[in-house]
Design a protein around this ligand. Sequence first.
Ligand code: FAD
Length: 519
Amino acid sequence: MEPTDHSDTTPDRVSHLLEFLRRYSRQRLDSRRMDERRAFPTSLIPDLAAHGLFGLQIAEEHGGLGLSHSDFLRVITQLGAIDANLFVLLGVHNTLGVPPVAHYAAEHVKSAVLPDVAQGRALITSAISEPGAGSNVRAVQARAERWPDGSYVINGSKQWISLGADATYVNVFARLSDEYGRDLGITGFLVDTSTPGFVGGPEVLTLGLKAVPQNSLEFQSLRVPGDALLGGEGAGLLAAKEAFMRGRVTLAAGGLGAMMRSLELAERFARRRQVATGNLAENGRIHQLFAESVAATQAVEALVRYIGARMDSGEHVPEELFFAAKITGCELMWQVVDRSVQLLGARGYVDTNVLGQFFRDYRLLRIFEGSTEAITVYLGSRMLAAPQRVLSLLDEFDVAPHLQELAAGVAKLASAKTANVQSQHVLANVVGELTCWTIMAGLTAQSQHRSEMAQYTAAWCEQQLSERLRTAEQGTPFVELPTVDAIARHIGGYDDTIGDVEQRRPGDQNDLDLLLRRH
Ligand SMILES: Cc1cc2nc3c(=O)[nH]c(=O)nc-3n(C[C@H](O)[C@H](O)[C@H](O)COP(=O)(O)OP(=O)(O)OC[C@H]3O[C@@H](n4cnc5c(N)ncnc54)[C@H](O)[C@@H]3O)c2cc1C
């Protein structure tokens, strides 16, 4: 698969959509202003809605565009290249918000809700995270109680919910108990945010993505009807997991757009810039950095396109591929954005040169929808439980024997015994990373004959795999560490050097004066 030529697979509708987005970016968008004002311009949502962008994969019978997965991911990559706020707004709505309803709500609920959602008249998001439950979604504390009349009453709070206070609908995931207090498990509910008891909390001031509001939410005896269920009682994690899996490849696809745009700017600069050794792009070290960054971009593109095509074919897509997309896609995206900032020198540090804002906005991708460490350890733990699985992942691709040998090395490492739980986590992390690189190497090897760049990309991915494997086999990640207490004591000692510098000066007064309030 040569991951740059889209011409043969481009239905007209998607071409028009991409052309609209490019034109819109050139003529109407001002990312810097959205960033400064922490808001989208008022015309943005109706403009995007008029082109169907809020119903990208909603069925046409419900007013959506019904795009294939491949086409959806192409739109997301385009958005990622334009502006992270746009990408996250539409990514959250279309992948976290829509699928739990489109795939798990009752038919009459879909018919009532999806047309407004598809037309952008109603925004939708999902609320899973809580103050005590982030990476570990099973720790959710929000409670739902089933009442004898078949309705449910929800109490609890959520945190970091994108579009939380602006959405018309929120998919709320809460721990359900029946009339007798028996725990039925985590359950999803479609909540209309105009329901009494739904309280939108304050917006948090994030590092980037400032136009997309992130709110805390409170549910105070919020009653929803029986047909608000998303899937069955206790089946909430199924709906959430599906949204997360889609979200993972969506993040890789959006990040891919950021990689391409970053390299476009960095390369333009390097070709025009003279340094002590002559032209910057011709400098050997810089040339190498570009080659590696383009290889990373091509590898992520190959994986995103592969997953999209597999989903469209209706074939089962191994979960490991989604994890690889999230982990490797977002980590490589971050390397490329950071490198591009660096390549621009001082110009990279100037906020108006696009990449400064990318640097803040795209940092999120390594954290949300499964932070890198949490899901790498999780993926690795699964491989430790079934080491041969690494080898069978290569069955997906037609690869040479030496790659099979590398994968066998990963499987062998995954069979290693560890001394304690902590070394188990370290091993799981190493194996998780190696699993991702096994997939990347296997996938890119398939298309290495297509071009000089594809050949380099395949060799680069294989090198990432073999070097990491060699380091792991030599035991480097497993050196004995100081204890957790020793590290904490050492850090505690920094206080002697830097002292108490916590700023306690009161901030701005934002609340309405007590004497002016209604109650
Ligand atoms: C801008 C933004 C938008 C968001 N939007 C939404 C949204 O719309 N809906 C929603 O439900 N949530 C949303 N979130 C929440 C997001 O998904 C969580 O922040 C994320 O899952 C991480 O959880 P946490 O912040 O509690 O970190 P924690 O889980 O406390 O993690 C802290 C650190 O520990 C590491 N860690 C955690 N578990 C492990 C492990 N098992 N092994 C090794 N390391 C581990 C993590 O990698 C991280 O470095 C959003 C967050 C942000 C910042």
